[in-house]
Design a protein around this ligand. Structure first.
Ligand code: 4NP
Length: 160
């Protein structure tokens, strides 16, 4: 059976999307769904290609028991728009860039990741790159909430 592909996308692929990648992948594994859902992340900007996640994101995730250190930044590409894939943007700017890249025959889901968040009003994960430590805490709080909502959605709509 084909896996459902979930790709988280931000600007640099060193703060928000690797955090979502690590958080969601762990949630998927904890529910024994690693053979049904494939998790990845990418960026729309190329400044940090091949770099590990920002040390501030690594630390915040580490405190919640998640290791992001092996992830490496890469650019999003048309190949990420697999059949049935969920391509989820961290903010409206990244969503606009993805809409340009989206193949015309894409038969999947392109939208804002926080549309799956149930407990926060925010619809965008704020760019924490130039913020203090608090920015990174908010990022992971938003991501944990939306990850729970996304997994619930996938289980319901794909009968996992
Ligand atoms: P991200 O954060 O998009 O969450 O990975 C950023 C990382 C780097 C830059 C901007 C945002 N930058 O301008 O280099």
């Amino acid at each position: 059976m084909n896996k459902i592909s979930v790709v988280f996308v931000c600007l640099g692929n060193i703060c928000r999307s690797p955090t979502a990648h690590g958080v969601f992948e762990r949630m998927v594994a904890a529910q024994g769904l690693g053979d049904r859902i494939c998790v990845d992340s990418a960026g729309t900007g190329d400044w940090h290609l091949g770099h590990a996640p920002d040390s501030r994101s690594v630390e915040v995730a580490q405190r919640r028991g998640i290791d992001l250190s092996a992830l490496r930044s890469r650019l999003v590409s048309a190949k990420d728009f697999d059949d049935g894939a969920y391509v989820l943007a961290m903010d409206g700017q990244n969503l606009s860039n993805l809409e340009i890249l989206r193949p015309t025959d894409f038969a999947g889901h392109l939208g804002l990741f926080l549309d799956y968040s149930a407990n926060f009003e925010e619809r965008e994960v704020p760019d924490p790159y130039y913020s203090g430590a608090q920015g990174f805490d908010l990022v992971i709080d938003l991501i944990e909430d939306a990850s729970a909502g996304l997994l619930k959605h996938l289980k319901k709509h794909h009968r996992l």
